[in-house]
Design a protein around this ligand. Structure first.
Ligand code: ASP
Length: 319
């Protein structure tokens, strides 16, 4: 029997990788989400002859990421990952909220096939555009992962593979903008886009399935602790929630190891007595927040506050 050649599906959602501007030397002057994913694919010479399919799922600056885009992405992923003739999926994304989408998908997929997010820090028209190289690497990683039988959600950026559950934007403008909160990348890519960590396993996926995306998400907001944080913001969201729909959860972006101002603590205790679930993350870049005896609020481990918000939405949805 002839072996089926499997495709890589590339789902476009916008971002700087699809951005254009008037001057190749002034890479900060551009608009995100201008080129279609088919145009991004056509700009990579190494793709000639490869079995690729491109599909535009959204066309946004990822600062505007929303549940409805995640719903569209989920539907598309569900359909393509179920196909026998698909090796895996690449998602082109903006860098700003990539960590949220990556974490969400990590929790939902079953890990049988590779799902690789990629992005760029420079628009497609910049002299030093990093999008084509990142997209090329992402496709190579899907093909190699499928060959090795490895699956799950990762991000491929600037020559490294990051775990979807850990990756986060750590620099606002450098080309090398991502890390994993102090954890090492899963692998480093060589010139040919290969990685040599022989027995590399990607972290186990969450297997939660796509169902959760069918309903509107529970309302979860993020509150920061800082000097003078006296609970004013918490009281404001509780009051607003009483009028416009219930607030279900709050993630604290705490100082240090998830510590919080005493005024803020009193307000959060009041929120929990009103049925709001409060979880504790940290505004600190590395180390996260682990559970300790006597904690008033659940700790979010190494998740960023934005990822912890996704985790709390899933928890409140029964996932
Ligand atoms: N604001 C852009 C976005 O997140 C930034 C980027 O893609 O680098 O879509």
């Amino acid at each position: 029997m002839q072996e089926v050649v499997k495709s890589v599906v590339i789902l476009g959602t916008g971002g700087t990788i699809a951005g254009t501007g008037p001057d190749p030397e002034r890479s900060w002057q551009y608009r995100a989400a201008q080129l279609t994913v088919s145009q991004l694919v056509a700009a990579v010479p190494e793709f000639a002859g490869l079995p690729l399919e491109a599909e535009q799922v959204a066309q946004i600056d990822s600062k505007d990421m929303s549940w409805s885009v995640w719903q569209a992405l989920g539907q598309s992923l569900k359909a393509h990952l179920a196909r026998d003739d698909v090796a895996g999926v690449v998602i082109t994304h903006g860098t700003d909220t990539l960590e949220e989408t990556a974490y969400l998908l990590h929790r939902l997929v079953d890990g049988r096939k590779p799902v690789v997010l990629t992005a760029a820090m420079r628009p497609a028209t910049a002299r030093d555009a990093d999008g084509p190289g990142n997209l090329r690497d992402a496709v190579r990683v899907v093909l190699e992962a499928a060959r090795r039988g490895v699956g799950g959600v990762v991000a491929v950026l600037h020559g490294r593979i990051w775990a979807g559950a850990q990756v986060r934007k750590a620099h606002s403008c450098a080309l090398d903008a991502f890390d994993a909160g102090g954890r090492a990348p899963l692998a480093q890519l060589d010139e040919a886009g290969q990685w040599h960590e022989a027995a590399l396993e990607w972290p186990a996926s969450g297997h939660a399935g796509w169902e959760v995306l069918n309903s509107p998400p529970p309302r979860v907001e993020i509150i920061h602790s800082h000097a003078d944080a006296d609970g004013w913001m918490v009281k404001a969201v509780l009051a607003y929630g009483r009028q416009h729909g219930p607030l279900k959860g709050l993630v604290l972006a705490g100082s240090g190891h998830g510590t919080l101002h005493q005024g803020l603590e009193a307000a959060l205790v009041q929120a929990t007595s009103m049925g709001v679930t409060v979880w504790r993350a940290s505004r600190v870049a590395r180390g996260g927040v682990s559970r300790r005896e006597g904690d008033a609020f659940e700790a979010c481990g190494e998740l960023t506050p934005a990822q912890a918000r996704v985790a709390l939405m899933l928890y409140l949805s029964g996932v």
